[in-house]
Design a protein. Structure first.
Length: 534
């Protein structure tokens, strides 16, 4: 059955090879047709050149006509010259008509040949599809018959084969058991060493895998951050465009912002009043603490109290106070750094304002600062005010603590804890302020970058528009040239028909006609040879 499956495949391969050869021949013929089309175009160009040369002879015709008119007026007529010129004109008209007919016949033949080749290609493709479908159907039938024969062959004498196989399987199993016993003895000695080596290799591989995963995660995170940054920049660019378009609305917004600033000033004054109230409350608490300290001093004067316990507690309180004083100094340093950075930021904003001063409006145009700069300035002012508030509170608390005596009573734990919580809250506020300032600096840097990118994009867009206009102008010029060439051809043909040549320049036309005839004859011969070869 295997031989019966191989034979149709070989036949189909031969058929496919023949069809591929036909395809190659057809493609070669199509290439030759394209080359001939190119040659025809070249001949047309040569005809145009020669027609231009004929246009130069028109002036000579006019001169000869003038001389003939003079001779006619004088009464002297050369009949022989007139007849010769008439014959030459007739020959030229015949030659022009022959060229037209030959060109028309050549185009018709070319179209017919192309249609034949296209039909042959379509027929060959359809034949290939049919042969492939027949081959597939035939292979399916052969597979079905082969399966039938296999089933018949395997069903024959299955009982004998099963018995023989069972015996062989039992023998093999016994041999395998013996081998397993021998292998276990050998592997018990060598297995542990190899197991340890494999574990070490596995650990090393796991470490490498973790490192690679970490690097991949980092790279993915960086890519995501870059994508987010790009998205943010695009959003900011869109916002800037909208801001530039809505410059008229910004004037109205400035008035609203002024009203908001007045409201904020009022709210700040209210906050100051609240802080003063808090200060009064703290003073009351400090007085209460002083009273408690005095009462505890009186208690300590008694001999029955445990002075040792109180001394330990006082020492602990002293250490806590020292720590908190150190924390206060560190927060002061941080606040001073923040104030210096805020001053620098204010200076940069002032410089930007100087650089970007509004120009006097011209014919309805209005120049206003962007909303982003205004928002940044407001945020910086708010942060600076909050930082000054925190510094004032910290200094006040520190002064109150310095007034206290360190070797006083035990009941100052609660008040110290309250003061410690306030200090920690102030430190957290300072950290938040630092983060806010960093974010503001980043936003400012991104805004400057986005402005530069907008300017570069505008330049690129202008360049592209200029290139587009130049290309359109070139296309229009080429169209005009083609139209002019067509008009020149029509004018030359009409002039030849209406004004036949009657000058001595007929020799040049005769040479021109001979050249064109020779080219057309050579072209016909080549076409005939190509058709025969195909």
């Amino acid at each position: 059955m295997s031989n019966s499956t191989e034979i149709p495949e070989e036949e189909s391969q031969e058929v496919e090879s023949e069809l591929e050869k036909k395809k190659e021949i057809l493609t070669f013929a199509m290439k030759q047709i394209k080359n001939k089309d190119k040659e025809i175009l070249k001949l047309k160009e040569e005809l145009e050149k020669k027609q231009k040369e004929l246009g130069s002879t028109k002036k000579q015709q006019e001169e000869v006509d003038q001389t003939n008119n003079k001779n006619n007026n004088g009464g002297e007529i050369n009949k022989e010259q007139f007849l010769e010129l008439k014959k030459e004109n007739d020959k030229l008209f015949q030659f022009i008509e022959q060229l037209k007919t030959e060109n028309e016949n050549g185009e018709e033949k070319r179209k017919k040949i192309e249609k034949k080749f296209e039909l042959q290609l379509q027929n060959s493709e359809s034949e290939i599809k049919n042969l492939r479908s027949e081959r597939e159907n035939y292979s399916k039938l052969l597979q079905k018959e082969f399966e039938k024969t296999q089933n018949i062959f395997y069903n024959y004498d299955n009982n004998k084969k099963e018995k023989e196989l069972k015996k062989e399987i039992e023998i093999v199993k016994e041999k395998e058991k013996e081998k397993e016993k021998e292998i276990k003895k050998e592997t018990n000695q060598i297995g542990q060493e190899k197991y340890d080596e494999l574990q070490n290799e596995r650990d090393n591989l796991n470490k490498k895998l973790k490192e690679t995963k970490d690097t991949l995660k980092e790279t993915n995170e960086e890519l995501e951050k870059e994508k987010e940054g790009k998205k943010k920049l695009n959003k900011k660019l869109q916002d800037l465009k909208k801001a530039s378009e809505s410059s008229s609305q910004q004037l109205q917004n400035t008035t609203v912002n002024n009203s908001q600033l007045t409201e904020k000033n009022e709210s700040l004054e209210k906050a100051k009043k609240q802080i003063e109230k808090k200060v009064k409350i703290l003073e009351k608490k400090i007085k209460q603490l002083e009273n408690k300290i005095e009462s505890l001093n009186k208690v300590n004067q008694d001999p029955n109290n445990n002075k040792k316990k109180n001394s330990k507690k006082l020492n602990n309180l002293q250490t806590l106070l020292e720590k908190k004083n150190n924390e206060l100094e560190s927060t002061k340093k941080k606040n001073s750094k923040l104030e210096s950075e805020i001053k620098k930021f204010h200076a940069t904003i002032k410089n930007l304002k100087k650089k970007k001063r509004p120009v006097t409006p011209q014919k309805g145009k209005k120049t206003i600062q962007s909303q982003n700069e205004i928002v940044l300035e407001k945020k910086v002012q708010e942060l600076s005010e909050e930082i000054h508030k925190l510094n004032s509170e910290m200094n006040y608390l520190k002064k109150k603590k310095q007034l206290k005596k360190p070797n006083e009573t035990n009941e100052t734990n609660g008040t110290n804890e309250t003061n410690g919580t306030q200090i920690h809250q102030n430190i957290e506020k300072n950290d938040l302020m630092n983060k806010m300032l960093k974010d503001l600096k980043k936003t400012k840097f991104l805004l400057e970058k986005s402005k530069d990118k907008n300017s570069n994009l505008a330049m690129k867009i202008q360049k592209l528009e200029n290139e587009k206009t130049e290309s359109l102008n070139e296309i229009n010029k080429l169209r005009q040239l083609t139209e002019n060439y067509q008009r020149i051809e029509e004018i030359i043909l009409k002039s030849l028909i209406l004004n036949p040549i009657t000058s001595g320049s007929s020799t040049a036309l005769g040479i021109f006609s001979d050249v064109i005839k020779n080219k057309n004859q050579n072209k016909k011969k080549e076409n005939v040879e190509n058709v025969n070869n195909n």
